[in-house]
Design a protein around this ligand. Structure first.
Ligand SMILES: [Zn+2]
Length: 232
């Protein structure tokens, strides 16, 4: 005859008994009656043992915690380690968070940050660059060179700073700077279609710190009227 736990109170009462007590201890009561007198850290000789992952001491194979050094033997160890690593990482992140903005300020202060772009040309032999300074010191444009290759022949022309223009850019400012080009008679034998690739306006910049950098502005030679080609 079968019955549920409610209908059979005796069966329901039996089940919790099997779960009571320490497993290796209850197993041991069958072989060694003295086991109940053992102190913490002691265990019966016939029990299967394992070595502690931390200190190497022997303990019952089911032990969760070392009886000698009290370190956890299962996944708790990983959690303990992760918690430590996590704490270190948290500390590291906060340290970096405190240092990086200071470093950034230090690295970007006391210097200029000049950037240039092509603005437009004019029909009086000149062209304008727009120079912007994002730094907190003044920087300047040292020189400007126009480079092009005509029928395989590389040509370079120095830009001459217009007397009305100021090549020094104050911090936080943006300004147009005019340069003129004197190509002489160099381009008379050629047409603009003889140019291979683009014209490159090379701008050499001197930052406040003394650093020198070069920016290359690519431009279709047709859009650079100061280049006087002989054949139209
Ligand atoms: Zn241990």
């Amino acid at each position: 005859m079968t019955c549920s736990a409610i209908q059979c109170p005796n069966r329901a009462r039996i089940q919790p008994l099997a779960l009571s007590g320490n497993i290796w201890q209850s197993r041991n009561t069958r072989t060694n009656a003295a086991s109940f007198d053992m102190r913490v850290g002691d265990f019966p000789e016939d029990v299967q043992t394992k070595a502690c992952a931390t200190c190497g001491a022997l303990m019952p194979v089911l032990a969760l915690k070392c009886t000698k050094c009290e370190s956890y033997q299962n996944w708790y160890r990983g959690v303990t380690l992760s918690t430590t690593v996590l704490a270190l990482l948290t500390a590291l992140v906060s340290v970096i968070g405190a240092i990086v903005p200071n470093f950034w300020n230090w690295a970007t202060s006391g210097n200029s940050r000049v950037a240039v772009s092509f603005a437009h040309d004019d029909d009086q032999g000149g062209f304008f660059l727009t120079a912007t300074n994002d730094g907190d010191r003044s920087g300047s444009i040292a020189d400007v060179i126009v480079e092009l290759s005509v029928k395989g022949r590389p040509l370079k022309f120095d830009g001459t700073l217009d007397q009305q223009s100021n090549p020094t850019v104050e911090p936080g400012k943006s300004q147009k700077i005019r340069y003129t080009l004197d190509v002489g008679t160099h381009l008379v034998p050629y047409a603009v279609t003889d140019v291979q690739g683009a014209c490159v306006i090379r701008v050499n910049i001197h930052e406040f710190s003394g650093a020198k950098k070069s920016e290359a502005l690519s431009r279709d030679c047709k859009d650079l009227r100061p280049l006087d080609f002989g054949t139209k």
